[in-house]
Design a binder for this molecule. Structure first.
Ligand code: IVH
Length: 678
């Protein structure tokens, strides 16, 4: 083949590959509906890169292979925006939204309800991206709104930013504006790898996005999981859009050109409907894949936008309604140490109370020594505290500039703050533990609370506060003392009436009849949850046999590995624990014998069953227990070893996978019918 014709066929191949990859990118990033598996995509990309390497003269700047970054810069050039990049007025109270609508109406001299485009306020950085004849030629930061920095090479590496626009009628010049951000998952992964590399993690996705976008070496940006959503239009020359179109129609037009848009945008008529949208997005906020800090409302009619104009740096036709801040600064006043049921000692930060994420926060866990070292935190420091959704408040970082001279190191206790027993730090574990066991009143309280809890002895009326009182008054030292309680000391407790005392004694008495599985669970053996307790009971059938079992024998129990076997073995070889068990039994705690299930009673013996979807007639836990009674092993994921899938409503990927693997599948009714037939 002559060089010429080889070049021609390479050109045709490159063209075909580029088209396919661009189509896939569009389906994946804009339509959110990928049509090919990742490996097929990777294969096409490899083929394209190979061809382009062989024929460098055929490599163009808009090729989808050019998302890897180029030569590093020595500095960013300045770019003057053709149209200023504005900012937004903020609102915080419901009234701010109603006042905004009123201001708009007054300005327009109209009482008509206004239609607003509603968009999540993405927590990232504003960018302007210019396409000429459909090709990305320039991108800039917002800067001061007039002049920004040239970050073209970096923006080109963002996975969902098209290097070339789609559709037939492409405008000759179009400036797209939008937000560059880092999705939550990408942020978590990035921070994990920062940690592994011994580098400083980023405080939040916004900082990570900013740090990634302002890299002189675009190869670094290319390796960061950035995304962009377009939210408005700047300069426009040519193209299919009329002056009378609305903002939401313009966004749809950008989508047609292949630009990625936020899926949660909407249109609302009037301030009340905007407020409803704001609340709905607030509820969705934690489940969104990206961080937002509020909602942006824009008058939808572009003609009205033009009549309204702007004041100084913000348009009169838009506003941002902000969520309560999820991060605030406060001071670490002190650190106290709390002892848990298994003796783990956790440092708890006592903070200057601060309003964050909609509540006042005055405590936060510091987890363990490693976390304290990671934060480099001292008492007296000013810290960033974060409370997102219902997640427990976290200390994110320390503001070193604000550290007072009087700041004190956090000292870990060498002795338990509750019982003064010595504290041990186990190798490879970040936690320190009190060695006091049930001598320690803090551990005792937690152990007794666990013992009385619903899934254990289920003693109604024996709540946490009463346990604290009973232990403090030394009426209870270990769980067996619960069964020795009498009326007169109970009624002498603060806020404890005759009636509640009688009721409590009655439920204590009733609780004596239990099951071996519940009894084992209630002992609070480390890492022995409900299901392990149940497996132990079914395997050994009697308490004596469990107490006598060695670690090897314990490892034969379903789901019991070496570590759990050691915990169980050590528990029953601690004489103090055996004494408590004996006291419980002599106090009258009892359970019915377990008859070894016959093969008839266990028709599912040896079968692996997976549950998925929502069950209507029983809970997941109940269904699992029933299956286990029948001898089945209940697993969490489908594999070739699965024998049966029980799929409730809204079953998802597990159902698909099961049918791909040809695994027998029952709906809930089939399962219920089967149980009834036994
Ligand atoms: S519109 C004149 N829409 O918020 C309109 N901005 O406080 C200017 N932002 O710099 C921007 N999501 O970085 C608009 N859906 C959205 C937005 C959004 C986030 C950011 C943007 C801007 C800042 C203004």
């Amino acid at each position: 083949m002559s060089e010429n014709s080889s070049n021609q066929s390479a050109e045709a191949d490159i063209h075909r590959l580029k088209q396919s990859i661009e189509d896939f990118n569009y389906q994946y990033y804009v339509l959110d509906d990928p049509s090919v598996p990742d490996i097929e995509y990777d294969r096409l990309m490899r083929e394209l890169i190979q061809l382009e390497t062989k024929h460098p003269e055929l490599k163009t700047a808009d090729s989808p292979s050019q998302k890897v970054g180029g030569k590093a810069l020595s500095k960013f050039e300045q770019i003057e925006h053709e149209m200023p990049m504005l900012s937004l007025d903020n609102g915080f109270e419901d009234d701010d939204l109603f006042n905004f609508e009123t201001r708009v109406q007054d300005r327009l001299n109209s009482k008509d309800t206004i239609e607003f485009a509603c968009e999540p306020k993405l927590d990232g950085l504003a960018v302007s991206i210019l396409y000429e004849n459909g090709v990305l030629i320039q991108a800039a930061t917002r800067g001061d709104g007039q002049v920004g920095e040239n970050i073209t090479e970096n923006v080109k590496t963002i996975a969902n930013v098209p290097l070339k626009l789609r559709s037939q009628n492409i405008p000759s010049r179009i400036e797209v504006r939008g937000e560059v951000f880092m999705p939550k998952q990408g942020f978590d992964e990035l921070n994990l790898s920062q940690k592994e590399k011994g580098e400083k993690p980023f405080a939040n996705p916004r900082n990570a996005a900013a740090g990634s976008l302002r890299q002189l070496d675009s190869k670094v940006t290319a390796a960061r999981p950035l995304r962009m959503y377009a939210y408005s239009l700047g300069v426009l020359e040519g193209g299919e859009i009329s002056d009378t179109s609305s903002h939401s129609e313009r966004l749809a037009y950008l989508g047609k050109l292949g630009l990625p848009l936020c899926k949660e945008t909407s249109v609302a008529k009037g301030a009340q409907a905007c407020l409803d949208y704001f609340r709905k997005i607030g509820e969705l906020r934690n489940d969104l894949s990206y961080d937002i800090d509020g909602v942006v409302f824009k008058v939808n009619d572009i003609a009205l936008q033009q009549r309204l104009g702007f004041v100084s740096k913000a348009p009169r036709w838009a506003m941002a309604q902000k969520f309560p801040a999820q991060e605030e600064l406060t001071v670490l006043n002190d650190v106290e140490f709390q002892v848990g049921r298994t003796g783990a000692i956790t440092p708890v930060a006592r903070l200057e109370p601060v309003f964050v994420g909609g509540v006042t926060v005055s405590n936060a866990t510091l987890h363990n020594q490693d976390e304290i070292a990671r934060l480099g935190i001292k008492i007296g420091d000013t810290v960033v505290i974060r409370r997102a959704g219902d997640v427990i408040p976290q200390i994110v970082s320390v503001i070193l500039d604000k550290r007072p001279e009087t700041a004190k190191d956090i000292e870990f206790p060498s002795h338990c703050p509750e019982c003064n027993s010595h504290v041990e730090r186990i190798e490879n574990e970040a936690v320190i533990r009190c060695t006091g066991g049930l001598v320690c009143s803090a551990q005792r309280k937690q152990a007794i609370k666990h013992f009385a809890s619903r899934k254990a002895f289920d003693i109604e009326g024996l709540g946490d506060k009463i346990v604290d009182q009973l232990v403090d008054a030394e009426l209870i030292k270990d769980p067996s003392d619960i069964f020795k309680l009498t009326l007169s000391p109970l009624v002498s407790l603060e806020r404890f009436g005759d009636k509640s005392a009688v009721n409590l004694l009655r439920s204590i008495d009733a609780a004596k009849s239990t099951s071996l599985a519940k009894f084992l669970y209630s002992l609070g053996i480390r890492e022995v949850g409900e299901s392990t307790a149940r497996n132990l009971a079914l395997h050994f059938l009697s308490l004596e046999k469990i107490i006598a079992a060695n670690e090897e024998a314990l490892k034969d129990v379903q789901d019991v590995g070496a570590i759990v076997a050691t915990h169980i073995y050590e528990f029953f070889n601690e004489p103090a624990n055996v004494v408590i068990i004996e006291k419980l039994l002599s106090a009258g705690v009892n359970w019915p014998d377990i008859t070894p299930p016959s093969a008839d009673a266990q028709p599912m013996l040896g079968k692996t069953v997976v549950l998925t979807g929502t069950l209507q007639q029983m809970g997941r836990a109940e269904a699992k227990a029933k299956l286990q009674d029948l001898g089945a092993k209940v697993s969490g994921s489908i594999s070739a070893k699965t024998d049966l899938l029980v799929a409730g409503e809204k079953a998802g990927s597990k159902l698909t996978k099961a049918s791909e693997l040809g695994i027998e599948t029952w709906d809930e009714q089939a399962f219920v019918d089967y149980l009834a037939s036994l």
